[in-house]
Design a protein around this ligand. Sequence first.
Ligand SMILES: *[C@@H]1O[C@H](CO)[C@@H](O)[C@H](O)[C@H]1NC(C)=O
Ligand SMILES: *[C@@H]1O[C@H](CO)[C@@H](O)[C@H](O)[C@H]1NC(C)=O
Ligand SMILES: *[C@@H]1O[C@H](CO)[C@@H](O)[C@H](O)[C@H]1NC(C)=O
Ligand SMILES: *[C@@H]1O[C@H](CO)[C@@H](O)[C@H](O)[C@H]1NC(C)=O
Ligand SMILES: *[C@@H]1O[C@H](CO)[C@@H](O)[C@H](O)[C@H]1NC(C)=O
Length: 440
Amino acid sequence: MTSLHSSSCCGTTIPSMLQQPKHDRIILKSFNWKAIVASILSMVIRSFQIPSSQISLVPNVGLKLSISGAFIQVDGKWNAHYLVSDKGNFDLKVEGLSISVGLQLGSDASGRPTISSSDCSCHISDVKIHVSGKFRWLVDVFHKSIDNALRKAIEGQLCPVVTQSITNKLQPLLQTLPVTAQIDHVAAIDYSLTGPPTVTAQSLDVQLKGEFFDIAHRTTPPFSPPPVPLPAEQNLMVYFGVSDYLFNTAGYAYYSAGKFESYITDDMIPKNFSVHLNTSSFGILIPQLSKMYPNMPMILKIYTPSAPFLTIEPGNLTTSPIVAIQAYVQFPNASLAPLFLLNLTTTVLVKVSVNSGRIVGSLELSRIKMELVHSDVGPFPVGILNTVVNYYISSIILPEVNEILQKGYPLPLLDHIQLTDVIIKPSEHFLLFGANVQYG
Ligand SMILES: *[C@@H]1O[C@H](CO)[C@@H](O)[C@H](O)[C@H]1NC(C)=O
Ligand SMILES: *[C@@H]1O[C@H](CO)[C@@H](O)[C@H](O)[C@H]1NC(C)=O
Ligand SMILES: *[C@@H]1O[C@H](CO)[C@@H](O)[C@H](O)[C@H]1NC(C)=O
Ligand SMILES: *[C@@H]1O[C@H](CO)[C@@H](O)[C@H](O)[C@H]1NC(C)=O
Ligand SMILES: *[C@@H]1O[C@H](CO)[C@@H](O)[C@H](O)[C@H]1NC(C)=O
């Protein structure tokens, strides 16, 4: 249950049984059984029913896939070359088929999961065959020993087929799992495994890296991931722990790529707002501004002088970014002259949810404290800008940021896996996600 790897951001635990789809259809072509009376040319599995299958946990190894009470019906053509040549059709019923396959889980150097079969056993309670053609009477007479021989032959074939499917189908499929996902043209996320999954009697723990990086220049973030101790809750099928490391590497990646920088120009201010971005309008608040630069447009550069940091505590998520606002006046020749620099200490509440397999967020401003760092137009009481700056931040910048956060980032899910009954709980340094899993 507890994440054992401190070098990881996220944990997943799958405590419950996964139900397999109940019906399947497999077509085998040119399948030959030599030992029996006829050489069977072809057979088609008409019906393959698995009334019960389950995946259970094998501590320190991986998983055990058990199928019991399966029923298979096969139609085929046979062709015999003894005494006389003849051919005909047959149908075969296999009843009470049970298979148990051990699946050993691991991880490779690329951080992808690996799977191999550790053991396999199979048992069939009954096989019945009916044939048409000249040999029908012969099969009817010897049906006991023929059925028995068939049962042994099928039992002998099944485990090799299952083991080969794991090696040739499932393992290559896992090799196609993406371990990074591009978020946009700036950043990608690395969710490779940091080690083999750990299996206990109660849970399967998968530790993923969960690290954002700047696509152009990937660097090691200047902070390390916290441990993610998942609680022993068992009500839902899957639990994810997503630590602040994920969000903070995201902040760091975008900051390093110079993305926390934005400009506000007058055309972004709604027409009905009283203070427009020009020296006449601001001159009402700072009179020396309109005296030095009469009736000229202004531009605000808004940026974070350091990467923003997210704090996750039981109950809430907050970030307290320092935001700097540099005001400029714009001359008719388009060059800019600096007016003043403000320093904003903010507290922002972060709301997180899951939407279509993506983690999405939104920000809510809870506090702004403003300081005048430097003025090129002489001193002025910074408090007179409170209303204007609050409006610009909450009505122009925040909606822009929220629009980006609503796009979210994808959870590392396999194709066709859907999450339902999602719960999200902020814990110390990580967000706990719980969900039930649906396949389809
Ligand atoms: C400006 O107009 C919009 C609708 O066009 C309205 O929602 C908003 O409240 C108005 N703002 C002010 C400050 O009057
Ligand atoms: C400055 O803004 C005011 C509204 O506050 C507007 O009436 C005026 O035309 C603007 N001046 C310029 C140069 O854009
Ligand atoms: C967040 O939760 C912590 C611990 O419960 C509390 O001390 C802090 O005031 C809360 N912050 C906000 C902004 O609600
Ligand atoms: C643009 O105009 C301003 C004010 O008239 C002047 O000080 C500045 O040197 C000019 N810049 C350029 C690049 O021409
Ligand atoms: C801005 O405010 C923060 C926190 O109050 C402070 O640490 C930082 O030095 C300030 N920046 C400037 C340029 O004054």
